[in-house]
Design a protein around this ligand. Structure first.
Ligand code: FAD
Length: 406
């Protein structure tokens, strides 16, 4: 569990950052940038596992997770600092983002002690990967509408149904999931939370082909998949509560100012080199207005970031205004991408096979993931309306009805 209450002093945090910067400078180049060029996905995953192992040996893996399970037992602020510095390198860390972000920490809170001790260390060292099987074809934003069925069988449960959009299910060893154990109860009440061995008989993982060709997303089918009751996390019927706890673990996701797209400076360079009506694009009124708008937003986002860090340093949770950050980052990334594609003309619609979303505007524009995963734009707007502005809640017509009658 996060040890946020043992808040490190500011001077200690500065020293921690200095150590992390030096350690990354000495080690990251061998695992990032040119070291990844031309690798297949399988080779890149292997490189990622080696990087994860190196980090674990140096105390930089599972930073907030308990030492007895292989973590570093440090604070959320230290984790944020390391992530900020690590993000400066183009490292193969995405394969472990979901795994160590939510499923592993929640397993380490609720699994039996013997299972935590067995499953924690290999996950933190990157030897095993966990996925998060929440979304279904009819349950994304409205997670409690999920239909994957779990029925009692002897000492365990039999699972039947489907999950979708499961990141890295094809390489996952384990997954956490929520299933419906009682359809006669209202939708939030009849759910139970489990973890499952992804190599269990009856599990089929099918890839989803993406426009940008990233190989991360999958559908996962369950046909009479048996799991022992010892793999239940939390009480029967309390799955929704554990799901919310899972989603709250990463209280503050670190992203850079550009939301993982090319930065404003890259757009400025492009606008200097391009022309509109035979004049430098940077002299065009619309382009100048866009640059000014994105710059202003960036300053605002930096303020929100500093405020969130100050809240964490004071031992409090960052407020719902963090939703503004993801909302603006996602939208800005696409606005800059669309304008850049216009400036590039025919070249703008050409995407190199190894285009990186950090450097290539077309690649970045074609991937709206940031605006969907972890809460869609519309849902974030609802959060801001209800929790920041205090507006009335959305109408919930199925509230209190048994799930099988709604
Ligand atoms: C890259 C990526 C990785 C993902 N990885 C995972 C994963 O590992 N595990 C997992 O379980 N899921 C994963 N997801 C799924 C993700 O959690 C869902 O896509 C997300 O919750 C939205 O659900 P949905 O796609 O079913 O859309 P829906 O919920 O069906 O929404 C459809 C549209 O309706 C709007 N909408 C819905 N409800 C409201 C409302 N109340 N008010 C206003 N508008 C509304 C939405 O904003 C959206 O525009 C991933 C998604 C992406 C893009």
């Amino acid at each position: 569990m996060s040890e946020i209450d043992s808040r490190p002093a500011a001077a200690d945090l500065e020293a921690y950052r200095a150590d992390a910067v030096a350690w990354l400078a000495a080690n990251a180049p061998d695992y990032s940038g040119a070291a990844r060029a031309g690798l297949t996905v399988a080779q890149d995953i292997d490189l990622g596992r080696a990087w994860q192992r190196l980090k674990a040996d140096a105390g930089y893996a599972g930073i907030t997770l308990p030492v007895r399970y292989g973590g570093a037992g440090r604070s959320e602020l230290e984790k944020i600092i390391f992530c900020e510095e690590e993000m400066r390198y183009d490292l193969p860390v995405l394969y472990f983002g979901v795994s160590l972000g939510n499923p592993v920490p929640i397993m380490l809170r609720h699994a039996r002690e013997e299972d935590r001790a067995r499953l924690g260390p290999p996950a933190i060292r990157g030897e095993q990967i966990w996925c998060q099987l929440f979304s279904e074809p009819s349950a994304g934003t409205d997670l409690a509408a999920l239909r994957l069925k779990a029925e009692r069988r002897g000492d365990g449960w039999l699972l039947n149904g489907q999950k979708v959009w499961t990141s890295w299910a094809q390489i996952a060893d384990w997954g956490v999931l929520i299933a419906r154990t009682d359809p006669t109860l209202p939708k939030h009440a009849g759910l139970t939370y489990f973890y499952v061995d992804m190599k269990s008989p009856g599990i089929t993982v099918r890839p989803i082909r993406r426009l940008v060709d990233d190989p991360d997303l999958n559908e996962v089918f369950f046909d009479d998949v048996y799991i022992p009751d010892t793999q239940r996390l939390g009480a029967v019927g309390e799955g929704f509560k554990v799901a919310i706890e899972t989603l709250m673990i990463e209280r503050y996701a670190v992203t850079d100012d550009s939301g993982y797209g090319p930065p404003l400076e890259a757009f400025l360079s492009l606008a200097r080199e391009s022309t509109i009506n035979d004049r430098p694009a940077l002299e065009d009124g619309e382009i100048r207005a866009l640059v000014a708008q994105v710059f202003i937003e960036r300053q605002g986002l930096r303020s929100i970031h500093r405020r969130a860090i100050a809240e964490l340093a004071a031992g409090r949770a960052p407020g719902p205004e963090g939703a503004i950050r993801k909302l603006l980052l996602g939208r800005t990334r696409q606005r800059l991408g669309a304008a850049a594609i216009d400036l590039l003309g025919a070249d703008g619609v050409r995407m190199a096979p190894d285009a990186s979303q950090l450097r290539d505007f077309a690649r970045s524009w074609m991937d709206p993931s940031l605006r969907i995963a972890g809460g869609t734009d519309e849902v974030l707007i609802n959060t801001l309306a209800e929790r920041v502005l205090g507006l009335p809640q959305d109408f919930r017509p199925d509230k209190g009805l048994p799930f099988n009658q709604s």
